[in-house]
Ligand binder design. Structure first.
Ligand code: SF4
Ligand code: SF4
Length: 416
C-alpha cells in the first residue's frame, strides 16, 4: 500500500516536474529536466533506447516487479476495487434499513461518482505526459470539446472511467504486451512468485486464490502469464498458516530452483539479483549506457546557434566604401529560461556586425532566423579571401560556439 502510494505520487509529479514528458503539440521530449527538441534525433533516440533497455534489464532480473508495484494501471485497478468495497460497506452501515435494491443503487452511485472524479483527474495527469499541463488545464476549464486536444481529453477520461469500472486487471491479460515480453525475458534466475510445500502443510483454505485479483491459483505453476508478482497471495498464506504457527508456502524466489528472496545468506550481489555472468554483463552495459547518456545530456548546448554564409552575392560595396558580406543566423533557445546570444568577430579588424540586436534575446522555447551583414573597411594585409572567426556566447548557460568563416573582398584595384 505504501509502495503504491509513493508510485501514485511519482506518477502525478513526473509530468509536472518535467522528469519525463513527450510534449506532442510542441514536439519536445522532456527527460530529467532536459528539454530535447525533435530535431535532436540522436540524443532522443539514445534516451528512448536507454529507457527500453532499462525495462528489459529490470524484467530479466526482477520479473514482473513493475507490474506488481509500479504500474499505474495496476495501482488504480486495485484502488477502484477498494473504493467499490468501501462504498458498499458505508452504504450498509448508514442505510442498513433500506431495501437491498436501494442499497445497491446507492453504493453503485457513490462508487461511480468517485470513479468519475478520479477519472477526470487521472486522465488529466495521463495527458500531461503528452501536453503541457497549464495548456491542458486551460482547455479543461473551458470545457473544450471541439479541438483535437479537447476531444482526446474527453476520450481518455471515458476510457479511464470504463477501465476502473469494467476492465481493471483484465487489461493485463488481454491488451498489455508486457506480460508476454516478460515471458520471453525470464530465465532460471529471474525473481518469481512460487508455491513450495515439501512437507505438505497446505490446508487447502484457498485464501491465496481468493485474494488474487488476477483470479489464478499460484499453486498450479509459477509461470502463469496472469501472475503479476504482486505478492498478495504470499501475505494471505502467511496470515493463515501463521495462526497455526507455520511459515507461509508461497514465496518470492530466484527462479524455480533458486533461493528464496528472504534468504539473507550469500554474497550481496547475488541477493541483489546478479546471479550469473550474463546479468553482470547486462548490468555493466546498462551502466555504460547510462554514463554515455548523461555525458551527452550534460554536454548538450541548450542554446543552439547555427551560422552560415549567404553566397548568393559574394560581397557588396557600400557608398561609403565599406565592404559587406551576408550571413544567415539560426538561434534556438531549447531551455526553460530566457537566454541571450552575443556575437563577436575575431581576426577581422574593424568588423561591424549589422544586427538589429546584439546580444539577441530569446524567450524559453523561442527560435529565430535572420540574415545580417558584416561590414569592414579594407584593412592592411586584407586579401580577396580573409579567414576569420565568429564567436557566439550564450547566457546564462555560458556556452560558446565558434564558427570559422571567410570574408570575401573585391580585388584591390576594382574596389578603388
Ligand atoms: S493460502 Fe496457503 S494454506 Fe491456504 S490454500 Fe493457499 S497455499 Fe494452501
Ligand atoms: S498469484 Fe499471487 S502474486 Fe500472482 S497475481 Fe495472484 S496474488 Fe499476485
Amino acid at each position: 500500500m505504501a509502495v503504491h502510494l509513493v508510485c501514485f505520487l511519482l506518477f502525478v509529479a513526473i509530468p509536472f516536474s518535467n522528469i519525463l514528458r513527450f510534449d506532442i503539440p510542441r514536439q519536445r521530449f522532456h527527460f530529467l529536466g532536459h528539454e530535447l527538441w525533435i530535431s535532436e534525433f540522436g540524443i532522443l533516440f539514445f534516451t528512448l533506447m536507454f529507457l527500453m533497455f532499462l525495462i528489459v534489464v529490470i524484467s530479466m532480473l526482477y520479473g514482473r516487479f513493475f507490474c506488481g508495484y509500479l504500474c499505474p494501471q495496476m495501482i488504480f485497478s486495485e484502488a477502484s476495487i477498494r473504493v467499490e468495497q468501501r462504498a458498499g460497506k458505508l452504504v450498509n452501515r448508514w442505510f442498513g434499513k433500506s431495501t437491498p435494491t436501494v442499497r445497491k443503487l446507492l453504493s453503485r452511485g457513490g462508487f461511480y461518482a468517485v470513479a468519475g472524479l478520479a477519472s477526470v483527474f487521472l486522465a488529466f495527469v495521463f495527458i500531461s505526459y503528452f501536453v503541457e499541463p497549464r495548456d491542458l488545464f486551460r482547455r479543461l476549464l473551458s470545457f473544450d470539446l471541439r479541438t483535437a486536444g479537447g476531444i482526446s481529453g474527453a476520450a481518455v477520461t471515458l476510457i479511464t472511467f470504463l477501465d476502473f469500472t469494467l476492465v481493471r486487471q483484465r487489461f493485463c491479460t488481454t491488451v498489455c504486451p508486457y506480460g508476454y515480453l516478460q515471458g520471453m525475458l525470464a530465465d532460471g534466475n529471474t525473481l518469481l512468485v512460487q508455491y513450495r510445500d515439501a512437507n505438505r502443510d497446505c490446508i487447502e483454505c484457498k485464501k491465496c486464490v481468493r485474494v488474487c485479483h488476477m483470479g489464478i491459483d499460484i499453486r498450479t505453476s509459477p509461470y502463469q502469464i496472469e501472475c503479476i508478482h504482486c505478492g498478495e497471495c504470499i501475505d494471505a498464506c502467511v496470515d493463515v498458516l501463521g495462526r497455526l504457527g507455520k511459515e507461509g508456502l508461497i514465496h518470492y524466489a530466484w527462479g524455480e530452483a533458486g533461493e528464496l528472496l528472504t534468504n539473507r545468506s550469500g554474497a550481496w550481489y547475488r541477493r541483489a539479483g546478479l546471479r550469473d555472468p550474463k546479468r553482470v554483463v547486462i548490468m555493466l552495459v546498462l551502466l555504460f549506457y547510462a554514463a554515455g547518456l548523461f555525458t551527452a545530456l550534460s554536454m548538450r548546448h541548450t542554446v543552439l546557434v547555427r551560422l552560415t554564409p549567404d553566397r548568393s552575392v559574394l560581397y557588396r560595396v557600400a557608398d561609403d566604401g565599406r565592404i559587406l558580406n551576408r550571413f544567415r543566423l539560426n538561434v534556438a533557445n531549447r531551455s526553460s529560461r530566457a537566454a541571450t546570444v552575443a556575437l563577436s568577430a575575431e581576426n577581422l579588424p574593424g568588423a561591424r556586425l549589422e544586427l538589429k540586436h546584439n546580444p539577441l534575446s530569446l524567450q524559453p522555447g523561442e527560435q529565430t532566423q535572420e540574415e545580417f551583414e558584416i561590414s569592414v573597411d579594407r584593412f592592411g594585409g586584407a586579401g580577396e579571401v580573409n579567414h576569420f572567426r565568429l564567436h557566439a556566447h550564450a547566457s546564462p548557460d555560458g556556452t560558446e560556439d565558434t564558427f570559422d568563416l571567410t570574408f570575401l573582398m573585391p580585388p584591390e584595384e576594382s574596389s578603388r
